[in-house]
Design a protein around this ligand. Structure first.
Ligand SMILES: [Zn+2]
Length: 416
């Protein structure tokens, strides 16, 4: 419950004061004693706990006897454009039973902290979307402090799911895994991202993508024998590592990549017809009619495509082959997939399309993994979504060239 207090601002000198600022204190169990604007424009809000008794930590008896009250200044989240300093009055009680004095418990800041928890959380949230140095500058705190807040928040989020930031700690083992790679520095610095496709979370972002790097990563799975399938794309070099580390798991090639692979070959055919004299006018600004998925065309577009296809029968044939593969993915079953794929491969071989025939090598190299899709029906879409987010972070230069920062961001981004 959000509770707000209207604060009468105190006139101090001739300085113009914000009148009656509504302070969204939002600190349950605290009340505002007073508020004043400081010379530097910041607001100072004096608060004290509303409770008038506390349990003695030594003997558990309830004490109401206040020994003394101390003032502690804590940095809090800003109120509109005003920087806020919370002046927290913490009381020491004297226990009437065991005579000890003790300080009242407080969960606004935490022990020995000079900032409120919510300010630290705010900094962490800011730092997850912007460079640390920028956040530090704007909030007038040290960059190291912002980084610590980010780490603390990441650790807390991971702790909620029973995990830590330790890069050697065991990883939970889902039935379905997704694995992919991304370049931290184009060309020479690759990392591996491992995802739980069941709970849709990132399990780890680990350094390197070589066989031994990936084996080490998969070796951290707490229960490797229970992995049923691992999704990856055909460009990835993960297959040997998965075969070694998880010999019982099936490897599934992402179906989207297989279609992309064939689309790349098909696009060459369309573009070559658009440059031939028979096709140059017919296909002018019309290539998309052939490239787009059949079911995404409007009735009008579909008719237009049929009309162009009738005049360019070879292109029509290539289009039929492209669509046949898509149809196969959408309709084949575990029982029919292999036979139907073989029929499609044969049709491509019998056709005169060199680029499509060249694309067939992937179906030889990855046949088992392509067919495994029909058994498990998993894809790498989630992993790639995370990967794109990662790349976007790096492009915007968020200071995440630092691998640990990037890892922290991705792992703590699980919940969001
Ligand atoms: Zn006591």
């Amino acid at each position: 419950m959000r509770h707000q207090q209207i604060i009468e601002t105190q006139q101090k000198g001739e300085k113009e004061q914000p009148q009656g600022i509504l302070v969204p204190l939002d600190l349950p169990n605290f009340k505002i004693l007073r508020q004043s604007q400081q010379g530097d424009g910041s607001l100072e809000v004096h608060v004290i706990a509303t409770k008038d008794q506390e349990i003695c930590p030594a003997c558990q008896s309830i004490s109401e006897k206040i020994h003394d009250t101390r003032r502690r200044v804590k940095r809090d989240i800003a109120l509109r454009t005003y920087q806020v300093r919370l002046v927290l009055y913490t009381r020491r009680f004297r226990c009437t039973t065991c005579r000890r004095t003790f300080t009242e418990a407080e969960n606004v800041c935490g022990k020995y902290k000079r900032t409120t928890k919510r300010f630290r959380l705010y900094l962490a949230q800011q730092a997850s979307a912007r460079p640390i140095t920028q956040v530090a500058e704007q909030e007038e705190v040290g960059p190291r402090f912002v980084q610590d807040c980010l780490i603390a928040q990441g650790e807390e989020k991971l702790a909620q799911v029973g995990r830590t930031l330790d890069e050697t700690a065991p990883l939970p083992t889902p039935r379905f895994l997704g694995i992919d790679e991304f370049a931290r520095r184009k060309g020479h610095c690759y990392d591996t991202i491992l995802c739980d496709l069941v709970s849709r979370t990132v399990l780890e972002v680990s350094e390197g993508r070589k066989l031994e790097d990936v084996q080490k990563l998969l070796g951290r799975l707490s229960n490797p024998n229970t992995v049923e399938a691992v999704s990856m794309d055909m460009s990835a070099s993960f297959r040997p590592a998965v075969q070694l580390a998880l010999p019982q798991a099936a490897i599934v090639v992402d179906h989207f990549h297989v279609i992309q692979h064939v689309m790349k070959a098909f696009r060459k055919i369309v573009s070559s017809w658009a440059h031939k004299k028979e096709g140059v006018i017919l296909l002018h600004r019309k290539q998309h009619l052939f490239l787009r998925a059949k079911e995404d065309l409007t009735e009008e577009q579909a008719q237009e495509r049929v009309m162009i296809g009738a005049r360019l029968p070879e292109l029509e044939e290539a289009w039929q082959l492209k669509e046949a593969l898509r149809f196969w993915y959408a309709h084949a079953t575990v029982e029919t997939a292999a036979t139907e794929l073989d029929r499609w491969i044969q049709q491509v071989q019998e056709s005169g399309f060199a680029s499509l025939q060249k694309a067939l090598s992937a179906f030889v190299k990855w046949r088992k993994e392509i067919l495994a899709f029909f058994q498990f029906r998993i894809s790498n879409g989630f992993v790639e979504g995370k990967n794109n987010r990662t790349k976007a972070l790096m492009r915007q230069g968020y200071g995440y060239r630092n691998r640990q920062h990037l890892r922290l961001r991705i792992l703590s981004g699980n919940a969001s």
